[in-house]
Design a protein. Sequence first.
Length: 150
Amino acid sequence: MLRYLKGTLHLCLHFKPISHLSLEAFADIDWASCLDDCYSTSGSCVLLCGNLVSWSSRKQKIVSRSSTEAEYRSLAQVIANILWLRSLLSELHISVVGSSIIWCDNIGVNSLAQNPVFHQRTKHIDIDTHFILEKVVYGEVDLRYLPTEH
């Protein structure tokens, strides 16, 4: 640990002054990236007023049959993290105004989150689907598409 810290002294986190509080997140997956068991790896970062406050990279616990399914599972985790942060800020009497924007590079995920019609092919991710749809409908999160190259 000390060797790592010594070798990364030139790296730092920059925190900017803020005018209003906002939470924004980026979510992505590496679908079936583990060659041994085909599990996907989820990655996300959450920014409070443009300042990094939370990040995660972990192997998913379930094999996903499509990149949309893997991304959807990852998105549910990111939303849960954002809701926890909003709750923590609320307990500290700090209000976050408006929806939290979540950027995702999967068009299928954005379509699923906006469409309340559930198809047989999404039944295995039904709980995540209902959870995400509820947060989108109530305006707690706003899902937006961000092309992979960005």
